[in-house]
Design a protein around this ligand. Structure first.
Ligand code: GLN
Length: 546
């Protein structure tokens, strides 16, 4: 069936933050569970070429794909739900669309024509959607349109959707996600904002086929009929989406509401295989019935906004389920930690993760954190800047290297234990210029890390400029910090671990980008397992002391 892909657009109305990404991912998951091949794409209406240059406070985490694309965090949800990698083609912004059209104009591709939003920008948008369908790899392409219907910047996208619906007929549908607000004062659910948002879509020439209605309370039959009648859809196409305790419950709630069946039927597929969601249901059962609980401190500088470390938080959930345990994460601001209070703040945790990041703010707090967990045998996972801080801490406090630092913070450091790569030195532009995407890493035989991965060669995703400075490697190894993962192509150190510590691992790459519900990441699984052991050890010690 793959040579004739079907297209499902997901739009949003009434307000932002309704969870369009999760609904898009849930639709895709349910269709995948019926044996079809699906991919999900996000079109973002902002002018940045990609979110790589955006401050995490603005837009949350920047998610990196295997091919090194810096993308919207919703792509992380897509991979975590579908367990299928995404790529640059799965995330397109208005900036990239315009950049392409302008490049074509400069090349003379438009043969002297006036270049306009319609048809040139809309054609480019349609092309970006069809690229995925034209690969022949997918039966369905789900395309999430960022933003809210009615926004000025969404207009070219909605027009592209209108044209695709007109061109493809029953091979293209629109699922519109809206909100049914509850007015506490009158105790009522209100359908009017949904009606208005659908009217807006209709004004732009798009009749949504299915409405997914976010609500805090059950919708009555009467309300569903009313929504159907005034929004011009059939009753079966009004889907109730109640708030869920976990995003991973949403596909199952949508299955109960028969969203996947309605989608398939609207696309002309009347008979389809039975849904196979057993693994998913099992995951959820374990998620809601943990046997124990560990406490993990996540030390970073963007802790006010949980989306800044979204993939890490989700990786903890996956790894927790795998260990039958709840992972209770405390988000601790690295600026609040110093060498004087590290013990007080951190001593009760069963494990500490030091987060990735850029720039100077909070780095000394991360270093104090690491000194404390290293000296007190608390399981530690350092990711990217977190690994670099572990190297700096060790060089200052064990190797006694004066003023050791990363050249990102101190370009004139006497001991630049982390420094910029040769091929990065002359780069001046910020966008897309880091070491990005998947790189191979050879693991030392007999190391903890090769046991964790069960392999000698792995490939993980990167997003950074600075690297371990190999001039110091021998000193580190002699003192007990070993480089157990090396890039076989260029000898860069990708993993460090401590010999005499229960669990102390730093990784230059980002394992959190590739943890999924079906394949929790081995590093997170092992780290949580170490935290469980740490907790047991503490309990036994307390019992023997009492
Ligand atoms: N700022 C560091 C670098 O560029 C680490 C980046 C990160 O943690 N993603 O190398």
């Amino acid at each position: 069936m793959a040579d004739n892909s079907k297209y499902i657009f997901v739009t949003g109305g009434v307000t932002s933050s309704l969870g369009k990404g999760i609904i898009a991912a849930s639709i895709a998951k349910l269709i995948q569970a019926r044996g079809f091949k699906v991919t999900i794409q996000k079109l973002d209406p902002y002018i940045n070429i990609d979110p790589g240059t955006l401050n995490p406070y603005e837009h949350g985490e920047c998610y990196v794909t295997d091919d090194g694309a810096e993308t919207d965090l919703d792509l992380g949800h897509y991979e975590r739900f579908l367990n299928v990698p995404t790529s640059q083609a799965n995330n397109v912004t208005t900036g990239r669309i315009y950049q392409n059209v302008i490049e074509k104009e400069r090349r003379g591709d438009f043969l002297g024509k006036t270049v306009q939003i319609i048809p040139h920008i809309t054609d480019e948008i349609k092309e970006r959607v069809k690229i995925l369908g034209n690969t022949g790899d997918y039966d369905f392409v789900v395309t999430e349109i960022g933003g809210t219907v009615g926004d000025i910047e969404s207009l070219p996208y909605i027009e592209a959707v209108r044209q695709m619906k007109w061109e493809l007929g029953s091979n293209c549908i629109v699922v519109h996600l809206t909100l049914i607000p509850y007015l506490a004062a009158s105790g009522e659910l209100k359908t009017k904002p949904t009606q208005h948002s659908v009217k807006k879509l209709l004004e732009d020439g798009v009749q949504p086929d299915i409405l997914v209605c976010r609500t805090e309370h059950d919708l009555s039959e009467e309300q569903k009929n009313k929504i159907a009648q005034f929004c011009n859809v059939d009753r079966a196409s009004v889907i109730e989406a109640k708030d869920a305790a976990s995003i991973y419950e949403v596909p199952l709630l949508m299955e109960e509401e028969k969203l996947d069946e309605v989608v398939l039927k609207k696309l002309g597929i009347d008979t389809f295989p039975k849904s196979r969601m057993e693994t998913w249901k099992n995951f959820l059962r374990k998620l809601y019935n943990p046997k124990e609980k560990v406490r993990i401190a996540l030390v970073g500088k963007y802790v006010e906004l949980k989306d800044a470390y979204l993939s890490i938080a989700e990786s903890f959930i996956h790894a927790g389920v795998h260990n039958n345990c709840e992972v209770d994460v405390s988000w601790i601001h690295s600026e609040s930690i110093s060498k004087d209070n590290a013990s007080k703040i951190l001593k009760d945790y069963d494990g500490v993760l030091v987060a990735p990041g850029f720039g100077e703010r909070g780095v000394e707090g991360k270093i104090s954190t690491i000194k404390f967990v290293r000296e007190n045998d608390i399981p530690f996972l350092g990711i990217c800047l977190g690994m670099q801080c572990a190297v700096i801490e060790f060089s200052r406090n064990v190797l006694n290297l004066k003023n050791a630092n990363t050249t990102e913070i101190d370009p004139n450091s006497e001991n630049p234990v982390i420094s910029i790569m040769e091929d990065q030195k002359d780069i001046e532009e910020m966008g897309g210029t880091m070491r990005l995407g998947k790189y191979n890493c050879a693991l030392s035989k007999g190391s903890k890390i090769s046991e964790i991965y069960g392999s000698d060669l792995i490939a993980e995703r990167h997003r950074h400029r600075y690297e371990f400075n190999n001039i110091y490697l021998q000193d580190f190894e002699n003192a007990g910090m070993q480089a157990t993962g090396i890039n076989p192509e260029n000898d860069l150190v990708e993993i460090i671990e401590l010999k005499d510590h229960p669990w102390f691992v730093g990784v230059q790459f980002h394992p959190e980008y590739s943890s999924t519900v079906e394949k929790p990441h081995p590093l997170f699984v092992s780290f949580i397992n170490a935290a469980v052991k740490q907790k047991k050890g503490k309990k036994e010690l307390a019992a023997s002391n009492s």
